[in-house]
Design a protein around this ligand. Structure first.
Ligand SMILES: *[C@@H]1O[C@H](CO)[C@@H](O)[C@H](O)[C@H]1NC(C)=O
Ligand SMILES: *[C@@H]1O[C@H](CO)[C@@H](O)[C@H](O)[C@H]1NC(C)=O
Length: 312
């Protein structure tokens, strides 16, 4: 399967719906007093729903290695964060250095699984762009320490970028930040906070949402009355318009069954970057858009025309 698109992961944010429904099936909503208890549980349980890091069940221990996908030139890293966590990461070098475009892709994964499940995507990016790739595992995921939450994941993202900035072979490269679903929200925040430094050449967003708070009522219908208790915001619709200095590629699977593609359309509409590119994948679902024809071609043309075309 050397050049073929990576297989779609068979799990994602959708698992949240199942666990939420199982969780809410407790007969407590019958009594209003107990409903308060249920809401309280949801309040504290929501991190488990929003960040299902134990999906699939062995995701905290079994992180497939790049070796499993035929990659030999990589490093298996533990990167310390300023607040004392240790983040697992893979650093992949370009396979043919003569094609090195002085580019590093920083990859942020969706809310389930771990970086090992995304190695095929990293490999496809590396094969097509001949770039360095850093796959970063958020706190609480895979072999990283800690517990995920919005504040922590933002620190993790910055830690990943700062790592690229200090590593000798990547510190002078142009960085492209790539995020799928929840990773899109992580990527938007990171780029908004770092766009003035000049080293971020592009942002790639795939099937991401306007905000987690807006997503909750539709992804977990039983939870719609307590959505106001949601303490994880990921307010991309507020942050994205601040990104004005970086070209942005929107990859939208029009068959996304989890995040309505209109969320991506709306993000595109409010985007204030004068270099924004919209690419729809007509048959792309939430988890499998990456396997759609044209996906990596869209990335190549974006990087060639908008990211490197701009390089002075
Ligand atoms: C995406 O993941 C969800 C949740 O596990 C699953 O129910 C759904 O079938 C997956 N979709 C695809 C197209 O793989
Ligand atoms: C975005 O997705 C949420 C969650 O499904 C939905 O409730 C909302 O209407 C969508 N908004 C837009 C503008 O598509």
């Amino acid at each position: 399967m050397s050049e073929s698109p990576p297989p779609p992961p068979s799990w994602s944010i959708g698992n949240m719906a199942n666990s939420a429904i199982q969780f809410m099936r407790l007969p407590v909503l019958a009594s209003s007093g107990l409903a308060v208890v249920a809401s309280g549980l949801l309040y504290f349980k929501q991190n488990e729903l929003i960040y299902p890091r134990n999906v699939p069940v062995d995701a905290r221990t079994n992180v497939p290695s790049p070796k499993d996908f035929g990659i030999t030139d990589f490093e298996d890293l533990q990167i310390p964060t300023p607040d004392g966590e240790s983040l697992h990461a893979f650093f992949l070098r370009p396979r043919q250095s003569r094609y090195n475009l002085d580019l590093t892709v920083l990859m942020f994964h969706g809310n389930a699984g771990n970086i090992g499940h995304r190695v095929p995507i990293a490999k496809a990016l590396q094969d097509t762009l001949r770039c360095n790739v850093l796959l970063l595992e958020y706190r609480g995921y895979g072999l990283s320490t800690g517990v995920p939450d919005e504040t922590g994941l933002k620190i993790d993202a910055q830690t990943g970028l700062d790592y690229i900035r200090q590593r000798p072979e990547t510190k002078d490269t142009t960085v492209v930040v790539y995020g799928q679903s929840l990773g899109g929200a992580v990527a938007i925040n990171l780029v908004a906070a770092n766009q003035d430094s000049g080293d971020i050449g592009g942002l790639i967003l795939e099937n991401t949402f306007l905000s987690i708070r807006k997503l909750i009522p539709s992804v977990f219908p039983p939870a719609r009355y307590v959505a106001r208790l949601c303490h994880q915001y990921w307010a991309s619709e507020d942050v994205l318009p601040r990104v004005t200095e970086v070209p942005i590629l929107f990859l939208s699977g029009l068959k996304d069954e989890l995040v309505p593609p209109s969320n991506m359309t709306q993000l595109f509409a409010i985007c204030q970057s004068d270099r924004k590119v919209w690419r729809a994948l007509p048959n792309g679902g939430h988890n499998d858009s990456v396997a759609e024809p044209g996906y990596f071609e869209h990335i190549i043309s974006f990087v060639t025309e908008e990211v490197l075309g701009d390089k002075k």
